[in-house]
Design a binder for this molecule. Structure first.
Ligand code: GDP
Ligand code: MN
Length: 386
């Protein structure tokens, strides 16, 4: 789960990391009032959407008067922000963060993520922070410094100093940098973060370090341990089909192909996508309807698959272990009738009461294409989509 910048900055503040004074609002009038309340003579108005690259896409504006704040908020609120990270459909902007403007002497980068190859948290820092960090990483990777944390010892102060020296910091800035890095590590561990970034981490004209931007991705599998963080979820920023799927406990991920897949069990779902590809097709989605499939969930799963207009055929691949295939068949028939499925639907049932289930499908009056084995089912689905 991703957080908005203002939410991430609020966590930063809890952990003692300096951030600009600011307020998230959802109307131009509120933006004006927020700026007035903050005081000063320069403000920045920032689109709150789950993406980076906002600056380059017109989602970050400097304002030098309250009128300019209000106007900038008016332009940004309601826009569809399309950045190099969102894809062409972009993301809606329903709130802006109004902050006191900061005077920047230098833009650094500091981030941490799970290094899966090493099974450890890795910190990265660069003196070339700011809006072009992706190019820096791609073209001059030697400008990115890395240190990996040993979980037995936790982050050690020398690791912070090593990066600080590498960035060319000196004196009190080394202390400030170390404090920020230690706080990020603590935050990472305590909140089950999967990615955390400060870009830019600025050195102000008063030589103080401050987080001007904040990005946090939380580990979705650990969210159950963090009820207060769950409340920060913003489903307007998520894929609509995936959000609807989550509501029905369906494990669904949109893909680019044209064969809709409905499968029970994540392993079988993976194998089904492989089989479809092996026979020259492309899956339109990953969908695990779970081990305890009911007619209602099969119906919801069908609706999801069919709401994707790329889909040209549907492959239902169910192994009846805990669930009985006759119950699944009943679910499929009910769903197909109630939604009025017009696409070719290939069904492969195997396991408990498979024969009975296949017979029910055959005599249902709905035009299902049945298959008994996996290869045959995949071939038929690929042929039907072509
Ligand atoms: P991103 O483009 O989505 O990563 O958004 P950022 O929050 O990183 O902002 C983009 C850029 O806007 C930063 O790299 C800064 O150069 C600039 N910026 C943001 N806030 C301020 C500010 O308070 N003062 C100044 N001068 N520039 C700012
Ligand atoms: Mn940024």
């Amino acid at each position: 789960m991703n957080l908005h910048e203002y939410q991430a900055k609020s966590l930063f503040a809890d952990y003692g990391i300096a951030v600009p004074q600011g307020q998230a609002v959802s109307s131009p009038k509120e933006a004006r009032a927020a700026a007035q309340g903050l005081g000063g003579d320069t403000w920045v108005v920032k689109a709150q959407a789950h993406t980076g690259g906002r600056g380059k896409a017109g989602g970050v504006r400097l304002a030098h008067s309250l009128d300019e704040v209000e106007a900038a908020a008016g332009e940004i609120l309601g826009m569809t922000l399309i950045t190099n990270q969102t894809g062409p459909q972009g993301l809606p902007v329903n709130s802006v963060l109004v902050e006191q403007g900061s005077k920047i002497a230098q833009e650094l980068y500091l981030g941490a993520l799970l290094d899966r190859a090493r099974s450890r948290i890795a910190f990265m820092a660069s003196a070339a922070g700011g809006m072009n960090i992706e190019e820096v990483a791609a073209e001059t990777p030697e400008k990115i410094l890395t240190t990996v944390v040993n979980p037995a010892t936790g982050m050690l102060p020398f690791q912070c100093r090593k990066l600080a020296y590498g960035l060319g910091l000196s004196g009190d800035q080394i202390k400030q940098f170390s404090k920020i890095m230690m706080a990020l590590y603590r935050l990472y561990r305590e909140k089950d973060v999967s990615l955390i970034e400060i870009n830019p981490l600025i050195i102000t004209d008063a030589k103080a370090l401050m987080a001007l931007d904040a990005k946090i991705n939380l580990d979705g599998n650990a969210l159950y341990r963090h009820q207060p963080l769950l409340a920060l979820r913003d489903i307007t920023q998520e894929d609509k089909k995936e959000a609807a799927a989550a509501q029905h406990d369906l494990n669904y991920i949109t893909l680019d192909g044209n064969i809709g897949c409905m499968v029970n069990g994540a392993g079988l779902a993976m194998a089904t996508m492989d089989m479809v590809k092996l026979h020259g097709g492309e899956p339109a989605n990953f969908l695990d309807v779970g081990g305890t499939t009911t007619a209602e969930r099969v119906t919801e799963a069908f609706k999801l698959i069919l709401s994707d207009n790329k889909v040209k055929s549907v492959l239902v691949n169910i192994f009846g272990g805990i669930v009985r295939c006759d119950l699944i068949a009943e679910g499929i028939i009910t769903a197909a009738r109630s939604i009025g499925v017009t696409l070719p639907v290939v069904v492969r049932l195997e396991g408990t009461n498979a024969e009975q289930g296949l017979q029910m499908l055959a005599s249902s009056g709905v035009d299902f294409i049945t298959a008994h084995d996996f290869t045959e089912a995949a071939k038929k689905a690929v042929a039907a989509a072509a």
